[in-house]
Design a protein around this ligand. Structure first.
Ligand SMILES: O=P(O)(O)OC[C@H]1O[C@H](OP(=O)(O)OP(=O)(O)O)[C@H](O)[C@@H]1O
Ligand SMILES: O=c1cc[nH]c(=O)[nH]1
Ligand SMILES: [Mg+2]
Length: 205
């Protein structure tokens, strides 16, 4: 497993806008988009390319274009807020959804929805802004591997050490791209310092 923490100053700035309790919903959405864009750029740095011949208005040339189908799978609800940013970078991407909700007492995630496009043999980006205990990500990644993904990258905005450890023990080939690695989980399994409940802040619930 590998863990990359995005170091770009604009990504760090965006995460700290998300953390600030004074941030308005409008600015929260803009910062979510900004940080997700940096995560997606990092995760697609090694996309396969192929050579094609093409004509510019001036002459013929050999050019390289992306040659790898990608699937993005969002963990609902909060992960839905990251889809548009990925689709803007990768307009051809297919999109799947898995609905998971943590029980407020036990913090265990319950699956309530799952719909994937064809995944077999493809690289899949699983997106969810928060990696806390790792239970939600574990269920989603397991489902994606069961559907036949050739490789999985997990993109999150804030990760807790507990979640990273769980994913590391479960999926040796997984790559995690995170905006920040925070200190710990609290007694309610919320990330500290964290940013609160991402879904509630994104959707105003
Ligand atoms: O690592 P875990 O301990 O599983 O916690 C992380 C999960 O918790 C949040 O979702 P939540 O269950 O609050 O659902 P929501 O997105 O609908 O708000 C978050 O978006 C992750 O999916
Ligand atoms: O800190 C946390 C933990 C889980 N889900 C969130 O939205 N925030
Ligand atoms: Mg929530």
């Amino acid at each position: 497993m590998s863990l990359e923490i995005i170091q770009h100053p604009l990504a760090i700035h965006g995460i700290n806008r998300l953390r600030d309790r004074e941030t308005t919903p409008q600015s929260f959405r803009r910062s979510c988009d900004q940080v997700t864009t940096y995560l997606a750029i990092a995760a697609t740095r090694d996309l396969q390319m192929k050579e094609v011949s093409m004509e510019t208005p001036m002459e013929q040339m050999q050019a390289r274009v992306v040659d790898e189908p990608i699937v993005v799978v969002a963990i609902l609800r909060a992960g839905a807020g990251m889809i548009d940013s990925v689709v803007r970078l990768l307009p051809e991407v297919s999109v799947g959804y898995i609905g998971l909700e943590r029980n407020e007492e036990t913090a265990e995630a319950r699956r309530y929805y799952c719909k994937f496009p064809p995944v077999r043999g493809n690289r899949v980006l699983v997106v969810d802004p928060m990696l806390a205990t790792g239970g939600s990500a574990e269920q989603a990644i397991e489902a994606v591997y069961e559907a036949g993904a050739s490789s999985v990258d997990f993109l999150c905005i804030v990760a807790a050490p507990e979640g990273v450890q769980l994913l590391e023990s479960r999926f040796p080939d997984l790559r995690i791209f995170a905006g920040a690695l925070d200190r710990e989980l609290d007694e309610n399994k919320y990330i500290r310092p964290g940013l609160g409940d991402f879904g509630d802040r994104l959707y105003g619930t």
